[in-house]
Design a binder for this molecule. Structure first.
Ligand SMILES: [Zn+2]
Ligand SMILES: [Zn+2]
Length: 157
């Protein structure tokens, strides 16, 4: 058979493929497309959005394949999931600094929160309670500044 390695277009993708193999997982073209869809997404995507993206190349791919792959990637800690209250988990490639989100329950706005806020809390939980929290990607629910201002005449004491 004529050689020629599979070229996924960039080094990083082949690194991911190697990680998958090392962890004992199969590397299929569909899986690599799922990984690519995640990596090229801006911000968070749902499994459904990933499936739509992958179907442009592999029309037969189903949602359960996407979920299974996301599960594997989550366990390898290269993908983080977050529940922002929409009912659908959002996924994000996480080869960068951890970050978190402030989710407004009134207007559904989502703001990024720097990791250092939770890093401090995590360190205290470990030191004071002996608990090692998993603070990869966190959603904190509340009211954004604008919505608090809208609501301040609605006070009842
Ligand atoms: Zn995020
Ligand atoms: Zn708001």
């Amino acid at each position: 058979m004529g050689g020629g390695r599979v070229d996924w277009g960039s080094m990083q993708d082949s690194d991911v493929a190697m990680m998958l193999r090392r962890a004992g997982h199969k590397v299929t073209p569909q899986r690599m497309m799922i990984i690519r869809a995640l990596r090229t997404a801006r911000g968070h995507v749902t499994a459904g959005q990933i499936a739509d993206d992958v179907r442009r190349h592999f029309p037969a791919v189903d949602l359960s394949t996407v979920y299974r792959t996301l599960d594997v990637l989550k366990r390898m800690r290269v993908v983080t999931a977050i529940d922002v209250g929409t009912g659908d988990s959002m996924f994000e490639w996480s080869d960068k600094e951890p970050h978190h989100h402030l989710v407004c329950t009134s207007c559904d706005s989502i703001e990024n929160l720097d990791h250092h806020y939770l890093e401090d809390m995590g360190a205290r939980l470990k030191a004071e309670l002996g608990f090692e929290p998993n603070l990869d990607h966190f959603a904190i629910f509340g009211l954004c500044r604008e919505c608090q201002m809208d609501g301040c005449n609605g006070h009842e004491a």
